[in-house]
Every structure is written in structure tokens, then in C-alpha cells.
Design a protein around this ligand. Structure first.
Ligand code: ACO
Length: 371
């Protein structure tokens, strides 16, 4: 047996969903740049789950079923209202809410391709309503009901704000949702696959994945990037802050990647989107600070930004609360998690690796009164 820390370089499954090859990321064979430019998030969800882009007729049916499933049971909002609203992290609420959704789904324990497709639609549709609903509840406001006439991203911003976003804002969020939708065997997707490989249900798989995404080494990094930008405050302090942090061997959030060594292709697109929204708002402070951080990190550590770095500026300028950045990521990644869960069920084998034991061997038990 050979042991590889963090399973680096280990191929743990085959998958036809997304691929990272020569630093190019594709979903079902399509480059993410092309998908972001030419499709919508709903088309990408359909693609991830079905293997092909939808025809306009298929898309129309799919959109209708997402819209029809977007409302969440009142019990879920009642549960949220009982949380310690001034201290709880929205990712903890989302993790519990998705677990609770499973309790109210009468098909939760039903197996089979059709049942899982149905549950995937329910989960995907409700995820945005849950995140937006919690955001409203903690402000003392009522959740905004989903508007079936709106596209997914537009509706998400509408439910968060209580008013419709501009076309450009809806388009930028739609692109961001596409870019975050799937990413091969990342930590949260692997978690989801490990969970359902025991033949547990899809709600358990997505709940487990949310727990993994929450951590700052994974999806939680986007919120930490924002904290760092806030702490630095101005372009004048960037150099001192980053040099000091590197000297203290601290990690700079939003940089580095286990797989990409020549840069994350999503980060390049998100950088341009962050520039666009900064110019739209005539507020380039965070964007310029980010450019300088990127320069220093490249020169001093040879590290490039990952997907979380420029999403922080983008989400901030979309008016999204900083602790909702990772929940927004979860809304998007639900599509990828569900695709992987369904792929895992199709050709399942229990995922059960080994550990190289490095503890003491064959000790004698000392009777309790002699210990
Ligand atoms: N800042 C400073 N140094 C870094 C960073 C960073 N962001 N990332 C890696 N390094 C350094 C490490 O200190 C280490 O240096 P050493 O060999 O001198 O000890 C070396 O680069 C290798 O780093 P590891 O942490 O071992 O790399 P690994 O592949 O395990 O981790 C990870 C990848 C977790 C993404 C890492 O780069 C990191 O912690 N980045 C910051 C958190 C982050 O942005 N996470 C989001 C990733 S994208 C996503 O999940 C959506």
C-alpha cells in the first residue's frame, strides 16, 4: 500500500461530467468560456445532468419544472427564524436546511434514475430560495416568493433584494453560476460521491457536500478573500499586508490550486467580470487592490488566483452580503453535485480507501483501577 497525502494525483473514479486537461476546463466536452458566453445557467444544469445541451423545447420544459419547484415549505423558514440569527453562519443554516428539505420530501428515500432526477430539480430550484430567504429573514424581512417568469440568476438576485436586478447584473451572476457549476473531483463533489456510494440518498449527499464546501481551503475562500480586502482597506496598504502575511507563512486566500499550476481558467474570466462591474459602479478600489495582490503573489510565490479570488469583488459589487458568497457558490455547485451523485448511482461501488496505521501496536489493557 502506498499513501498519498491529500490523495494528490490519485484518480478515484471515471467521470463523463467535467474535465480539467492542460489547464482547460470543460463540462461534457464544452469549454466553460463558450458556455458562459453562449448559454444560460439553466442550460448548463441540463447539460450536466443529461449529457447534451437542451433544444429550446427541452429548455422551456426544464425551466418550467425548476420554476414550479422553487418554493420551499414554510417549515424551513420557521426553522431559520429559530436560529441565533446574529451569530449563525449562512452555510451552517444552508447545511441544516437542505437536510431538513429531505424530511419534507415524500420521495426522499425513493431510488432510481427518475426519482433522483426529480429530487435534483427540487433541490436545485429550492437552493436559491433558501439562501435568499435566510438573507431576508435575518434582516427582519419576509422572504420574497420566487418569480416563475424570471431566469434563475435574475430570480435569485430578485429574491435577495426584493427588486429586479439590471440585465447586466443578472448576466454577470448567470456567468458566475455557470463557472462554478462543476469542477471534476473537487473536495465537496468527492464528499457527495463518497456519501451516496453507500447508497444513501441525494439529500444526504448534498448536505455532506455543503459541509465540505464551507471550509476556507475550498468554497469558503471567497468570503475570506473579501475579509482580506476589507482588512487591507486601500491600495496603499496592499504591499505591506501581503509581504507581512507571506513572511509569517500565512496563506493568501484565493490563490493556489491543487490541480491548476498555470492558472485557473475560471479566475481569468471572473477577473474580467470583476473589471466590468467595477467600471459599471465606478468603484474600482477592490479590483485595483486585487490586481496588485495578484502581481505580488505571482512574483513572490509563483501562485496565481483561483476561482474564489475575483468572485469576491464581483459578488461584493453585486450587493451580496460577504457571508453569502459561499452559499451562492453552493447554489451553483448543487448542479454539479447532483450530476456526480446520479453518475455515482449509475455504476456504484462503495468508496472505502485504507489508512496507513502509525499508532502504537498491540498494547495490553491495564485494568481501570491501575491506570
Ligand atoms: N498562499 C500562500 N502560500 C500558498 C498558498 C496560498 N494561497 N497556496 C499554496 N501555498 C504554498 C503552501 O504554503 C505550500 O508551500 P510550502 O511547500 O513551502 O509549504 C505550497 O504552496 C503548496 O501548498 P499546499 O497547501 O500543500 O497545496 P495544496 O494542493 O494542498 O492546496 C489549496 C491547494 C488548498 C487551494 C491551497 O493553495 C490553499 O490553501 N489556497 C488558499 C485557499 C483557497 O484559495 N482555496 C480555494 C481553492 S479553489 C476552490 O476550492 C473553489
Amino acid at each position: 500500500m502506498t499513501m498519498t497525502r491529500g490523495l494528490e494525483g490519485i484518480v478515484a473514479t471515471t467521470s463523463a461530467i467535467s474535465s480539467i486537461k492542460d489547464d482547460v476546463l470543460t463540462y461534457r466536452g464544452y469549454r466553460i468560456q463558450d458556455l458562459a458566453e453562449q448559454t444560460t445557467f439553466e442550460e448548463v444544469i441540463y447539460l450536466l445532468w443529461n449529457g447534451d445541451l437542451p433544444t429550446s423545447e427541452q429548455l422551456s420544459v426544464f425551466r418550467k419544472s425548476l420554476a414550479a419547484n422553487a418554493a420551499v415549505p414554510d417549515e424551513l423558514f420557521a426553522m431559520m427564524k429559530m436560529c441565533p440569527l446574529d451569530q449563525v453562519h449562512p452555510m451552517a443554516v444552508l447545511r441544516s436546511a437542505v437536510s431538513n428539505l429531505g424530511i419534507y420530501d415524500t420521495d426522499a428515500e425513493r431510488a432510481g434514475i427518475e426519482a433522483n432526477q426529480t429530487k435534483a430539480i427540487r433541490l436545485q430550484a429550492k437552493m436559491a430560495t433558501l439562501v435568499a430567504g435566510f438573507s431576508r429573514i435575518r434582516q427582519g424581512l419576509d422572504p420574497v416568493s420566487p418569480d416563475p417568469s424570471k431566469h434563475f440568476a435574475e430570480n435569485f438576485l430578485y429574491m435577495l433584494r426584493g427588486k429586479a436586478p439590471s440585465d447586466l447584473e443578472a448576466k454577470l451572476l448567470d456567468h458566475a453560476l455557470i463557472l462554478h457549476a462543476d469542477h471534476e473531483l473537487n473536495a465537496s463533489t468527492f464528499t457527495a460521491r463518497v456519501c451516496v456510494a453507500t447508497l444513501s440518498d441525494i439529500y444526504s449527499g448534498i448536505t455532506a457536500a455543503i459541509g465540505a464546501l464551507k471550509g476556507p481551503l475550498h468554497g469558503g475562500a471567497n468570503e475570506q478573500v473579501m475579509h482580506m480586502l476589507e482588512e487591507i482597506g486601500s491600495i496603499d496598504w496592499v504591499d505591506d499586508y501581503i509581504y507581512e502575511a507571506l513572511a509569517a507563512k500565512k496563506k493568501i486566500m484565493g490563490f493556489g490550486h491543487r490541480v491548476y499550476k498555470n492558472g485557473d481558467p475560471r479566475a481569468r474570466i471572473l477577473k474580467d467580470m470583476a473589471r466590468q462591474i467595477s467600471e459599471l459602479h465606478e468603484d474600482t478600489r477592490l479590483y485595483e487592490m486585487s490586481l496588485r495582490i495578484e502581481q505580488i503573489m505571482k512574483a513572490k510565490k509563483g501562485l496565481l488566483p483561483n476561482t474564489d479570488f475575483y468572485s469576491a469583488t464581483l459578488y461584493h459589487l453585486l450587493g451580496i452580503d460577504h457571508d453569502l458568497f459561499t452559499p451562492v457558490f453552493a447554489v451553483s455547485r448543487t448542479s454539479g453535485w447532483a450530476a456526480h451523485i446520479m453518475e455515482q448511482y449509475k455504476d456504484n461501488r462503495l468508496i472505502r480507501p485504507r489508512a496507513e496505521y502509525n499508532g502504537p501496536h498491540l498494547r495490553r489493557v491495564t485494568p481501570i483501577d491501575l491506570r
